[in-house]
Design a protein around this ligand. Structure first.
Ligand code: ATP
Length: 363
């Protein structure tokens, strides 16, 4: 197994920078998720690591070697794609055996490796079937098995679960995690689903517009998003972001929001708010840190209920504070209805402040 290092990697198509100066370091045995909205450059980044497309700039190291100018077959990687790319005419056994046959491995070695992969992935009973006789989840396991038999230094996976239904996706998510744990493999995994990234990965690389926004553990990205993009992308429901103004008086500061709302800040938040490049800041809060009141409370933001979504043991509501939407979670016993007037109380210890101009978190 091996580490993967990207150094100032660039891929442009004319003036469109699909990947713009991206650098990160995947340690040996780590599971890293490349995550971001459609078009952010995650598949292009994966394809550059695989060597499927030429780079416009930068370098990529896999293991001890700079692979920038190597063909995909010489990079010691195996790819798992979202469409599985199985051979329809071949049995599962032969689909698994094919990469080894191509490398002219001896027959007994092929048999041993295929059986071992089938055992690990629990598909031994399917070895004589053809892909059309398999469910989506079983086909996905065969695709993983085909990568596994090659015993690569690095597994590269591009949205491998996106063709499965919601329930199977959750099940295969655990299986891929287990697969990683058992093999201690280095995995780079592309997904647009932040929940998949948060639940599976040791580290996540959050991308936007070809630029790497943040590279850290899911827990750190969740707790300390570097900017409003990451704050609103990671976490479900999304972090609420409210546009406010800072009013200062010496080292004291308060936030002024819509409808005469004022929130005096504690010393730590005041220092952050006063470090912004303008007097406009964005206040961020996760749903679970907010409290809803049905009458006015000092410092609480007045709002109007937009939607109420019961999910069983927790109810989610969206509340408009001025033009901004606040996501809040409630005990199902709390009864509110659309258009109710409510007040939202913030937890000073757990609120986030961002510079409205740069969108960066205020430190
Ligand atoms: P998705 O989740 O939709 O697959 P992505 O994050 O994987 O998106 P990429 O496929 O990496 O995004 O594409 C990044 C950007 O590069 C997009 O704007 C895309 O249109 C552009 N792009 C990708 N391939 C090419 C190409 N061959 N020629 C021109 N532009 C391209």
């Amino acid at each position: 197994m091996a580490e993967v290092v990207l150094k100032d990697v660039v891929k442009n198509y004319g003036s469109l920078y699909a990947v713009n100066n991206v650098s990160f370091h995947v340690n040996d045995g780590e599971f890293v998720a490349l995550v971001g909205p459609s078009g952010c450059g995650k598949t292009t980044t994966l394809n550059l690591i695989a060597g499927l497309i030429p780079m416009s700039g930068g370098d990529i190291v896999i293991g001890e070697r700079v692979v920038t100018d190597l063909d995909p077959k010489d990079r010691d990687i195996a790819m798992v794609f979202q469409n599985y790319a199985l051979y329809p005419q071949k049995t599962v056994f032969n689909n698994l055996a094919f990469p080894l046959q191509m490398r002219k491995r001896p027959r007994d070695e092929i048999e041993r490796k295929v059986k071992e992969a089938a055992r690990i992935l629990d598909i031994t009973h399917l070895l004589e079937r053809r892909p059309r006789e398999l469910s989506g989840g079983q086909q996905q396991r065969v695709a993983l098995g085909r990568a596994l038999v090659r015993d690569p230094a690095v597994f590269l996976m591009d949205e491998p679960l996106s063709n499965l239904d919601a329930k199977l996706r959750v099940q295969m998510r655990s299986e891929i995690k287990r697969f990683h744990h058992n093999l201690n493999a280095t995995v780079v995994y592309v997904t647009h689903d932040q929940l998949e990234a948060v639940t599976m990965a040791d580290k996540m690389a959050v991308m936007h517009g070809g630029v790497l926004q943040q590279y850290d553990s899911p827990a750190n990205v969740f707790a300390d998003p570097v900017n409003t993009f990451v704050a609103s992308f990671v976490g479900s429901p999304a972090m609420s972001l409210i546009n406010v103004e800072v009013a200062s008086h010496g080292t004291d500061a308060l936030l002024r929001g819509p409808d005469g709302w004022e929130l005096p800040l504690d010393a730590r938040n005041a220092r952050k708010a006063l470090a912004a490049s303008t007097n406009k800041v964005v206040l961020g809060a996760r749903h679970s840190t907010l409290k809803l009141h049905k009458s006015a409370v000092p410092g609480a933001a007045p709002g109007k209920v937009y939607t109420v979504e019961p999910t069983g043991d927790i109810t989610f509501a969206q509340v408009f504070v001025g033009d901004d939407v606040v996501n809040i979670s409630l005990d199902p016993s709390v009864h509110i209805e659309p258009d109710d007037k409510v007040w939202i109380e913030f937890d000073q210890g757990r609120l986030h402040l961002f510079d409205a101009k740069t969108t960066n978190a205020l430190k």
